[in-house]
Write a protein that binds this ligand. Structure first.
Ligand SMILES: [Zn+2]
Length: 377
């Protein structure tokens, strides 16, 4: 990891082609869903399962129970009966994974193994699919947070992709315009209002544009602040506890409506640290499935003039501390880091490890510092 070019973040690696334009083609969705080569990432009550040390995936052709379930669901696609409350199942198409041995193809153009996320929220009295229908899954344990960060990035990214859609399908059950039930369309990537009574106005169903509900993503800005020559980096300790560790990291906050990324960064920086930032640029982004965030990793350049860089924690009570550290010193500890969720820094302080976008940003500043000083030699 040089830290100089845009890094690939954890949860940010994609190896399925989402072919988003095919989701609205029922023939494609049906054929992908019933193809024996298709792979499903199963979830129970919103959480995926582990098979040993890896994420459990199921090949449709190898599991008769799953084939029976899909057979029951196929006629219900794009109808009210597919709702998770009625069927017990949330289902979403993730994409086609192009591999040498994939046999599935559509219209001789789109090839690859179809991937789906499937979530079972069963009620034996009311849902179409019952507990006995998923007995094949009972032998597996649910994924824990610590499991995820030990997965390879491509698998963790697949998990994150499935989890965000399935979480949304499971939580959003009613139309925000009229309160009628909504049901998934386009292979579980949009929700349609079920209200057919035209005398009742629904500002979702009757909208001229976007007359469906889309999944949400909540953007969060996360900024590494540095001096223009990269010799200083500002790291902060939040009030959030990290076990027995004293963690210093970059600062972060949710973007608000009608805010640019740049404005959100400069606002968060000033509110939390009192620092006045002069320039914002985006370095990398990271999907974060807890629950549906997009971390927008930025660099904030501060022109030191005796005022801009002055730290004040008096505006917002979010931080316990913020300090300007010598980038050279941070770089020394970064160079010793060999992986893991925490990076040891001086005085018992830890910095976030490589799965966090904050690490990528700190590493980026250190890389820039090194490069600037190499060129001086
Ligand atoms: Zn509605």
């Amino acid at each position: 990891m040089s830290g100089i070019s845009n890094p690939t973040t954890f949860f940010g690696e994609t190896d399925v082609n989402r072919v988003s334009f095919l989701r609205s083609d029922p023939e494609f969705v049906r054929s992908a869903l019933s193809d024996k080569s298709s792979i499903f990432v199963p979830f129970i009550s919103g959480e995926a399962l582990m098979e040993g040390k890896d994420l459990l995936t199921i090949n449709l052709g190898a599991h008769e129970e799953l084939q029976t379930i899909i057979h029951k669901l196929l006629p219900l696609l794009n109808t009210k009966e597919i709702r998770i409350d009625a069927s017990g199942v949330g289902l979403t198409f993730l994409g086609l994974k192009e591999t040498l041995d994939s046999s599935f193809e559509y219209k001789s153009t789109y090839k690859g193994t179809p991937y789906f996320g499937i979530n079972f929220e069963l009620n034996d009295d009311t849902t179409l699919i019952k507990l006995q229908d998923i007995s094949l899954l009972s032998q597996y344990r649910k994924v824990g947070r610590e499991d995820i960060f030990k997965l390879s990035n491509d698998v963790a990214s697949l998990y994150s992709h499935a989890k965000m859609y399935l979480d949304w399908l499971s939580k959003y059950k009613f139309c925000p315009g009229c309160g009628s039930v909504v049901y998934p369309i386009d292979a579980g990537t949009k929700l349609q209002c079920s209200n057919e009574d035209t005398s009742i106005r629904c500002n979702v169903r009757d909208a001229n544009v976007n007359n469906v509900c889309f999944p949400r993503t909540d953007p969060v800005v996360i900024v590494a602040m540095t001096s223009r020559d990269f010799s200083k980096i500002c790291l902060a300790r939040s009030r959030r506890r990290y076990g027995d560790f004293i963690m210093y990291s970059t600062i972060a906050g949710f973007m608000e409506p009608a805010e640019t990324v740049e404005n959100a960064c400069t606002r968060e920086i000033w509110e939390e640290t009192g620092i006045r930032c002069n320039e914002i640029s985006m370095i990398c982004t990271q999907p974060w499935p807890y629950p549906v965030n997009l971390m927008i990793g930025c660099l904030g350049i501060v022109d030191f003039n005796g005022i801009n860089e002055k730290i004040s924690l008096d505006h917002d009570a979010e931080l316990l501390d913020a300090q300007w550290f010598d980038t050279e010193e941070v770089t020394q500890y970064l160079d010793k880091y060999t992986g893991g969720s925490l990076l040891n820094f001086k005085d018992g302080i830890v910095l976030p490890g490589e799965t966090a976008v904050a690490y990528q940003l700190i590493s980026y500043v250190c890389g820039k510092f090194k490069k600037a000083n190499d060129s001086k030699l």
